[in-house]
Write a protein that binds this ligand. Structure first.
Ligand code: FES
Length: 382
């Protein structure tokens, strides 16, 4: 067979497989979200109003990770649940940049802790690591996110890689505090001993809670490392998970890079874990590029709400809808969670990229309201 035909055939099979994987993951994600809504056990406290915070303390966790301890400057307490995140609004080189960072510990003396890994090309993480100082101020949105413990969860396995430990750190402690002698396991993949974020805190939790089992899996450990060595890949993860489902009583929490999550999902599928016992937090890069935004106000009809709203230049569909009091669903406000997804019925909108919508969702007319700006009169199915 000529190479070009073989290449096209392989390309077609590959694209078909990738699209099947995306569809399966979308269906599973929707199923899990539907289950959570059906339980009615999650109360979301999303806030679209930015609040000022002051940096009270900065602590280095690993060579490329630090924690910021923050105090809200207004009088109201910031109430949050373990596993939730803050959307932080930093001004970098004169422009506002938003990033979502998980709260990484229970509130301590009223201070909030977020933990930030420096990314190779990350302008905002570089700003935080190099320029942010104690006493500096910035604004936060939220807390938000539904990667939280529901009341029916009594035992859990947490699976994390790298900075994916940040939301899981708080969840682990919250579950141990709530359930006492709950059977809890943490499987945490890192590069080497110095890269284990919160190692002292995790070891201390393990000493005070004998029912907590810790598995650190290091891909490049030093000679003296006596724990698990090598990459945490599917065969090894499945071996570690063996027997932990406990007759369907265990809940599984995953957090890490996309490739790691895809691998871990395979292991959970092999274990036949029910969708409502499986919880994931995705870290996606916040949208950066902004298509040329409309420079004039536009009229937007929110069809389900029966309201017409004027959207100011530079205002997103979400900001305009919320300012008008519409009950729009949202969470991160940086394009990562997909909660603000709306379908555009008529009209043209531009959207910041990249974001968490799949090509299929785009094709069906969906856009993320937090990153989308109307260019002309628009009708939205919301
Ligand atoms: S609110 Fe999260 S993607 Fe828009």
């Amino acid at each position: 067979m000529p190479n070009t035909i073989l290449g096209s055939l392989l390309g077609w099979v590959y694209r078909d497989e990738v699209s099947r994987i995306h569809m399966r993951r979308d269906q599973e994600r929707l199923q899990r979200a539907a289950n959570r809504r059906a339980w009615g056990q999650i109360s979301r406290h999303h806030s679209s109003v930015a609040r000022p915070v002051r940096v009270e303390r900065i602590e280095r966790e690993t060579p490329d990770t630090l924690s910021l301890y923050l105090r809200a400057e207004d009088a109201a307490p910031v109430n949050y649940r373990a596993g939730q995140f803050l959307t932080c609004c930093f001004v970098v080189d004169g422009e506002e940049r938003r990033r979502a960072y998980s709260l990484s510990a229970p509130a301590e003396h009223g201070l909030l802790r977020i933990t930030v890994k420096r990314l190779p090309e990350g302008r905002v993480s570089a700003f935080i690591h190099e320029s942010l100082k104690v006493g500096d101020r910035f604004r936060i949105l939220g807390p938000s996110g539904d990667f939280v413990l529901t009341p029916d969860i009594h035992q859990a396995v947490f699976i994390a890689a790298g900075a994916g430990i940040t939301p899981i750190r708080g969840l682990l402690e919250a579950l141990l505090q709530r359930e006492g002698d709950a059977r809890v396991t943490l499987i945490y993949a890192s590069r080497d001993e110095d890269s284990i974020i919160f190692r002292d805190e995790l070891d201390a939790l393990s000493r005070s809670h004998p029912a907590l089992t810790l598995h650190y899996v290091l891909s490049q450990p030093g000679k003296g490392w006596e724990g698990l060595r090598g990459r945490l890949e599917e065969t090894r993860l499945s071996a570690l998970l063996n027997g932990l489902d406990d007759g369907g009583r265990t809940h599984f929490f995953l957090c890490g890079p996309e490739g790691f999550l895809a691998m871990a999902e395979q292991s959970l599928r092999a274990l036949s874990v029910a969708p409502d016992h499986w919880h994931e937090e995705h870290f996606r890069a916040a949208a950066e590029s902004t298509a040329a935004r409309p420079t004039e106000a536009q009229t937007v009809h929110f069809e389900k709400s029966g309201r017409t709203v004027e959207v100011a230049p530079g205002q997103s569909l979400l900001e305009a809808g919320l300012s008008a009091g519409l009950p729009l669903s949202f969470s991160c406000q940086v394009g990562g969670c997909g909660h603000c997804r709306v379908r555009i019925i008529d009209g043209d909108v531009v959207s910041d990229q990249p974001n968490s919508l799949s090509p299929e969702e785009y094709r069906q007319g969906y856009r993320l309201a937090c990153l989308s700006y109307p260019c002309n009169e628009t009708r939205v199915d919301a």
